[in-house]
Design a protein around this ligand. Structure first.
Ligand code: BES
Ligand code: MN
Ligand code: ZN
Length: 498
């Protein structure tokens, strides 16, 4: 989608569609008031009829408004201005973009509301508008004919700026919004692809394709032999149950000074998780194609970093495998020696994410990282704890945890912290190895994080459990692109670009 800026009188803007903001039962203000004056009170007349006092998220389409050059006017109702929340703001904009795509417009000029929800400034409001538009435009079509495609997709959107608005801020908002949305789009698409297409080799090929699009990016893919030489037996033990060769994808983005320590992102890239010998129940097992969404979010952040030219060094590491039952698969009770030298008793082969991550986390030491963040659809327990709204955040680094929480709040891609206290560590005790790979039913998301913490002692580290947020189920089934926005926000702030 092409994004531009418009200034000047609204009534004389040429556009197939002009989108204006109104608030329920409140006198017209800002852009809507301008158009009302230009049209000799046409909007006020509607308002008096009561047609504008709908609920949040309602839109109303007007044709042939006198005194206005635009072919159509779309009014979006943000409800009561005093009750405007970020969620309502998003909902209304999404409804407006949907409405535009049902017309034969293709292009629109958008005047955002003059009153914004708490915690949102002009920059965030504009950035979010770009992201919502991109989000609504995205359609999964890789393996189907798009029968319900919009009448005419939105191909160009202009943000209209009032006289007192700062165009430099808006330009920055558009650039950032487009970059984040692009990263989210990649993450969504990879998540949505079925397991028989999006295999570890496919993910690796996508990383190589990304390298070709991004100047500052170098990609290296480690094969099973290289992993064996490094002693990555935990990772390899999971891959043994699959016919698909595992991959360790390493993406290096060099935007900072050569001697600057990199931020390392490690994403779980389990392209299908059947559970292995500890087989999962059949219901909704298809959703385990999304078990690579952590890895996909790392690719997405890498793409966003390139688009933003972030002035820092970044490394993305994606251990990738399938987890299937097989004659050569892990069995409950098997013991493996991880790359760190610590032994692991695999009491449940379905707790495989931590097995592939622990070796990738040990591998990270070689980058002398400033900090490491891993992102994983790690536990069903996290979904039970936090539902589908918040990413689970775990870290014993107070400053890093605070930075990530703030980034999530600002980006509208929120995380919530759960404890990582030593009290939970004993749940991983076993008589036969240094640790078990499961800690029982209690605090399952926490004991999974505790497991990972045993491999991250030598650097600053945080863990994001995205099991609840990476995709939606039911009618809306599809990848969300989370937490690309949180992570990119974190990096923007670290780069001093915010
Ligand atoms: N990929 C799953 C976690 C998951 C489950 C994410 C459901 C989203 C929805 C992970 O590999 C897994 O199977 N975890 C087990 C761990 C258990 C065996 C300790 C789980 O959560 O049931
Ligand atoms: Mn599993
Ligand atoms: Zn899994």
């Amino acid at each position: 989608m092409k994004m531009t800026l418009r200034t000047g009188a609204l009534a004389t803007q040429t556009a197939p569609c002009l989108v204006l903001s109104v608030f329920a039962q409140e006198p017209l203000s800002g852009a809507a008031a301008d158009i009302d004056r230009a049209s000799n009170g046409r909007l006020k007349a509607l308002w008096e009829k009561g047609d504008l006092s709908g609920e949040t998220g309602r839109t109303l389409l007007l044709y042939d408004v006198p005194g206005v050059t635009a072919e159509r006017i779309l009014l979006m109702d943000f409800g009561k201005s005093s009750a405007l929340t970020r969620a309502n703001y998003r909902k209304t904009l999404a409804a407006a973009i949907n409405a535009i795509q049902q017309m034969h417009a293709g292009e629109a000029v958008l005047a955002l509301p003059a009153i914004l929800p708490d915690g949102m400034d002009a920059y965030l409001a504009q950035r979010e508008a770009v992201m919502i538009a991109e989000e609504r435009i995205y359609r999964y079509t890789h393996t189907k004919n798009d029968k319900h495609a919009p009448k005419m997709p939105l191909t160009a959107l202009a943000l209209w700026l009032a006289e007192d608005a700062d165009p430099a801020v808006a330009e920055r908002a558009i650039a950032h919004g487009a970059a984040i949305a692009g990263g989210m789009r990649l993450a969504k698409e990879l998540g949505n692809l079925p397991g028989n297409i999006c295999t570890p080799s496919y993910l690796a090929a996508q990383a190589v394709a990304l390298e070709e699009r991004c100047q500052a990016l170098t990609v290296e893919v480690l094969e099973a032999e290289a992993m064996a030489a490094l002693g990555m037996n935990a990772l390899l033990s999971v891959a043994r149950g699959s016919r698909q060769p595992p991959k360790l994808i390493v993406m290096t983005y060099e935007g900072g000074a050569p001697d600057e320590q990199p931020i390392v992102l490690v994403g779980k890239g389990l392209t299908f998780d059947a559970g292995g010998i500890s087989l999962k129940p059949a219901t909704e097992m298809d959703e385990m194609k999304y078990d690579m969404c952590g890895g996909a979010s790392v690719l997405g952040v890498m793409e966003a970093a390139c688009a933003l030219n972030l002035p820092l060094n970044l490394v993305g590491v994606v251990p990738s495998s399938e987890n299937l039952p097989d004659g050569d698969a892990n069995k409950p009770g098997d013991i493996v020696t991880s790359m760190s030298g610590q032994t692991i008793e695999i009491l449940n082969t379905d707790a495989e994410g931590r097995l592939i991550l622990c070796d990738a986390l040990t591998y990270c030491k070689r980058f002398d990282p400033a900090l490491v963040i891993d992102i994983a659809t790690l536990t069903g327990a996290c979904v039970i704890a936090l539902g589908k709204h918040a990413t689970g955040l775990f870290s014993s680094d107070e400053a890093l945890a605070a930075e990530l929480l703030t980034a999530g709040d600002r980006a509208g891609d929120r995380a919530w912290r759960l404890p990582l206290w030593d009290d939970y560590q004993q749940q991983l005790d076993t008589n036969f190895a240094d640790m078990a790979n499961i800690g029982g039913r209690e605090g399952g998301a926490i004991t999974a994080a505790c497991f990972l913490s045993r491999f991250t002692k030598e650097y600053r580290w945080a863990h994001l459990d995205i099991a609840g947020v990476a995709w939606l189920s039911g009618k809306e089934k599809g990848g969300t692109g989370r937490p690309v926005a949180l992570l990119t926000q974190f990096l923007l702030e670290r780069s001093g670009l915010m």
